[in-house]
Design a protein around this ligand. Sequence first.
Ligand code: SF4
Length: 492
Amino acid sequence: MALSKTKYCNALQCHKMGWLEEHCPNEKGPLSSEAILDNGTEVGKVAKDLLGPHIDIKYNEDLEVMLSDTKHLLLLQNVVITEASFFYDSLFCSVDLLKKQGDSFEVYEVKSATELKPVFIEDLAYQVYILLQLGYRVDKASVVYLNRNYVRKGNLNLKELFHVEEVTSIVFDKQKEVARNIKEIISCNQQKEEPEQVLGMQCVKPYDCPFFAYCTKSCEKPNVFDLRRMQQSKKFAFYQKGVYRFEDLLKEKIDWKIRQQIEFELYQKEPFIDKKAIASFIDTLSYPLYFLDFETFQQAIPLYDGIKPYMQIPFQYSLHYIEKENGKLEHKEFLAEALKDPRRALAEQLVQDIPQDVTVLAYNMSFEKTVIKQLAYLFSDLSDHLMNIHDHICDLMIPFFKRSYYTKEMQGSYSIKYVLPALFPNDPSLDYHHLELIHNGSEAMNAFARLGELSLEEQQQVRKNLLTYCQLDTYAMVKIWEVLKDIVLEKV
Ligand code: SF4
C-alpha cells in the first residue's frame, strides 16, 4: 500500500519525511506530543456517538477485512459507520465518521485539538479525494474538534462538547491539488536515492518531525538548534545561511541571553553570579517560608462537573516549610484518591496547611497561581484564604530567569530540571534520574491518570513513587533557595 491519510499528511509536511518513513523507518524518533494529542483515541471513541446510533468497522491488520466489512454496510440505505475504509489505486483511508443517506455521503474527521488546523483540512481533502475517485457522492465534509469552552454539567453533552465545522467547499476546491500532491509523493517515495531537503519550518510545523535527529546528525554539536531562547524561524534562517556553529553565531547580531549561552558553553566559562541582584531577591522573602509545588493532570473529555477540556486539574502537592530563621525544615503533602474529583479535598487541605499572609515560594509561579485561582473560583467558601495564598506567592525562578545566576550547565534554560543539576552536579539525593518510575511531571500525570486501573498493591507502589517525586520538587526548591541565601551571606 502506498499511502494512508497519516502518511499523506506527513509527506505533505515534507516529502523527505514521507520518503524516510518508507525507506528508513528505524531512524524515526518519538512522535511529538502535539501530533499524538491531535489524534487521541479517547476523543475519537466518544465522538462515535455524535451522529447517533452507528456501526463500527473493527480494526483489522488485514485491511481487506475492513474494506469488505465496509462494502457490506454500504448496502444499507441509511447508516452511520465509524472507520469505514476505502481503497483506490494504492490509496487507503478510514473515515472517522461516515453518514450515508441513500447515495449521499457525509464525512467527519475527528480531532482531539481545540482549534481547526489547516492540516486537518488536508487530511479530510485526501479522504474525500478517494471517495470521489471511487464514484461516491460526497455532500458534506466536516472537521470535528473539541470546544475548549465547554464546561461539563452532569452527563456529557456531545453537541456542546464538540465543534463540527463544515469545510465542504474548501475540501472540494483542493481536489486538483490533492491529485497533484499524491502524484508527487508517490513518485518521491519510489525514488531509490534519499531526496534532498533543506531544513526549514516544515521540520516543526504543523508537527515536530520525528526524523529531525537523523537530518541534523552531520551538524557539529552544539549548534543553533541547541539554543533555548531563539525563535524557530530564526534558527532555520541562520541554518539556511550556513551559520549554525556556535563560533559563527557569535559574529551575528543576537540577543544577549543567547550570546551568554553560546559563550559559556563554547569557552567553558565560570559561573556568573550577580550578588546584588540575588540579595535584592532574597530581601523580598520573609519567614515563615513555604515551598509549594502542584502536580496536575488534564482530560480531553472532562470526567467531572465544572471541568473544561484540557483544564489543569491538581491532584497532588508537596509543601516544605520553615517557620523562622534557622528553624527546622518541615514537610506536608497531599495526594488524591484515584477515580474521584480531587479538587475539593485538595483545596481544603491546602488552606489547612498554608496559613494566611505567609511567603509561598513556587518555581515558575504562573502555574501554581492559575491552579489556585481556579480553585478559589470553584469554592467560594475557601476563596478568601486561597486568594491570600495566591497573592503571597513569589517566584524562585526569578534569579535564574533574569540570569542573576548563570552557569554553562544551565544551557540557556531556567527550568528547575536544568538549574538543579547545574547547582548540585554530584548529589544523587537531588537527581531526578535516581527516582523510581516517575521522573517528571508528564510521568506523574500519566501515573495518576491510570491509578484506578491498578491493583491495590500496585496503587500503593505508584502512590509512593508519586509522593517521592513531588517531594523532591519542593526539596529541590529549598536547596536552591539555600544556595541563593549562602551567596548573599558570602558562604559561596
Ligand atoms: S527533519 Fe525536516 S527536512 Fe528532515 S525529514 Fe523532517 S521535515 Fe524533512
